[in-house]
Design a protein around this ligand. Sequence first.
Ligand code: TXA
Ligand code: MG
Length: 332
Amino acid sequence: MKHPPKHSPIHSQERIVPATPETISRAADLIGAGKLAAFPTETVYGLGADATNDKAVAAIFAAKQRPEFNPLIVHLADAGAARKIAQFNGLADELAQLFWPGSLTLVLPGKKQSGISPLVSAGLDTIAVRVPRQPVAAAFIRAAGRPIAAPSANLSGTVSPTSADHVASSLGDKVDMILDAGPCPLGLESTVIDLTEDPPALLRPGGLPVEVIIAAIGPLADAGNPETAPKSPGMSERHYATTVSLRLNADKAEPGEALLSFGADAPRRALNLSRRGDLEEAAANLFAMLRMLDNSGVRGIAVMPIPERGLGRAINDRLRRAAQSANRDANQ
Ligand code: TXA
Ligand code: MG
């Protein structure tokens, strides 16, 4: 009998299973056995491992080919579980109360003897914690009964996965199981705030708009600003790169380019992030549409301007990083 080749897409597609109570419990068992399981969250798909197991955490870095200096977020069932591994202050309590479960990650001083593998924080004395809202993610974390370290479930530096197929095509058989709950509703990673700084610093704009956080707790330092920013690991890394070059703030496609458009004034035939100019819809479409155009055989992707407000800030952050990385690779 002929077996499919080990890395064929067919082989890795077999790892995708619809999320049900039974498959969630199987995925949780895999975590207990030190394996890797990918799971849906409201932001992007995560590549999960037992955060207290050094070998399992090391396997995440290996599967993603992620530099060991770039720390991971620990996912928990509730704020109580987060308090066992991170030292909360008043602001952290307030943010957790307001925005958890949800797409907000808090960087706090880690607690000693928490049992978390030191690999998770890449040797830093801080830890990033988040309580996801997506019901499958919540059920999976509860079933695993331990903190789950989980980066986005893609190869380091490439476009983040918003579907189970994206995970399979990026990681293949390096992941033991992929829980499928359809496309991620937000489509952008969580907003990351460093609360060890005063004022707190925005390390990554994301699914929870910065304006909403500022309205709740006052001004934030911007990690993009070297005057006020703390050092943030991974900020200078290759990010979200497409294989073809990316041109931003374009009004039309040049020959050989595909246009990724936004709003009602765009040409009818171009792929549109949101024809009605809705930033939430654009965020949810961003990574899937980038992948689609990247695989379509064009020479480059031209992206129309996206307003710099609300989720638009996070969309533009990802597009700028993608353009920088893709264009750097193209020039090498
Ligand atoms: O929405 C999300 O946050 C997704 C889902 C799966 O939860 N996860 C995700 O993880 O985007 P990842 O590994 O792709 O991005 C984590 C970001 C990185 O920029 C990392 O440098 C930062 O969080 N980070 C993690 N721990 C940190 C720490 N202790 N201090 C500063 N930054 C930290
Ligand atoms: Mg990532």
